[in-house]
Write a new protein. Structure first.
Length: 315
């Protein structure tokens, strides 16, 4: 006799009970570690590593399983083959999120383990010149502009209005325009976890450039160049608004991406509640810790928002 009949419980409810019981049992006993990882408290780390509550990641020199390589604070699969202008990130699992309070890590959700296949991601933000080609091909619409009180402000901030900014990041584009460009280029927007991994979250760094606090030599941030009334520091970084992509060598992730800590924040593929989308990274108006999460309207065309594309490894 079937168990559902014996207990007098509909089968669909019985399945639910088994799932709940399994999840509860796993939580009580700790995680079941995959990919050759071992338990470290309530977390899974590579052999040779231990969980660090302070850095909210596994620390130490990992002993990587055969077929993987030690990189960026963990073990990754072979680096994918990627088109020119992109960097490869091997398959791996790592922790994202934060247990820190709202004041320390704005919008961060609790720490969880993400597992990703290998992927490719643009080394730089999409430039004005690149986006212009998509518009000329009829596959992208011209960037829209916000509604600032001072029209002079938008003239200076939206790069497509200025002919000398072809190497600056394409900004003032909404989420649909960002998606359209990436599809035209044979790519897609990165998901939030891919973006975090490429920026260096696996080794527990605070910012894309490392643990050092914001400074004029780290990234294009809120300096004393006139971007805002309350700069992060009194020194100038040389750019009042955006800078040409790759202008700050220190703002470099462990896989070779640049400008993930400053210049412009970037759209991701993660959509919430139909009209809101996750964005990632700092910009010329503010730094952004890797543990922070921000959500904006999909129709936003802020000058502080730009595009970086991703894709799976080249066929």
């Amino acid at each position: 006799m079937e168990l559902s009949v014996l207990l007098g419980i509909p089968e669909r409810f019985l399945v639910t009970l088994f799932v709940v019981a399994a999840v509860s049992s796993a939580g009580a006993c700790g995680p079941r570690c995959l990919d050759g990882k071992e338990r470290s408290g309530s977390y899974c780390c590579w052999p040779g590593q231990n969980w660090s509550a302070e850095r909210e990641t596994c620390v130490g020199t990992p002993k990587c399983p055969r077929g993987t390589e030690r990189r960026a604070g963990g073990c990754l699969g072979p680096t994918p083959s990627c088109p020119a202008g992109m960097v490869g990130v091997g398959a791996t699992s790592f922790y994202v999120g934060s247990h820190r309070g709202e004041k320390e890590a704005r919008g961060a959700r609790p720490v969880y383990e993400a597992r990703l296949p290998g992927f490719c991601i643009d080394r730089t933000e999409v430039t004005v010149g690149e986006y212009k080609k998509c518009v000329e091909a009829g596959r992208c619409s011209a960037p829209g502009f916000g509604e600032p009180d001072d029209p002079t402000w938008i003239d200076q901030a939206c790069n497509q209005l200025l002919p000398d900014r072809l190497s600056h990041p394409a900004n003032c584009v909404d989420w649909k325009q960002a998606n359209d460009f990436c599809r035209w280029a044979g790519k897609r927007l990165p998901n939030e976890e891919e973006w975090q991994l490429a920026a260096g979250r696996m080794d527990g760094r605070e910012f894309a450039w490392g643990d050092a606090p914001p400074a004029p030599d780290k990234a294009n941030l809120r300096g004393a160049d006139g971007e805002v009334d309350r700069p992060l520091y009194l020194a100038k970084d040389g750019w009042e608004w955006t800078a040409p992509v790759g202008s700050f060598p220190a703002d470099r992730g462990p896989f070779g991406t640049v400008d993930m800590g400053g210049n412009v924040s970037e759209w991701t593929s993660l959509q919430e509640k139909n009209t809101f989308v996750r964005i990632a990274g700092g910009n010329y108006n503010r730094p952004d810790q890797l543990r922070e999460r921000a959500t904006v309207s999909a129709s936003s065309t802020w000058p502080m928002l730009g595009v970086r594309c991703a894709r799976q490894s080249a066929p």
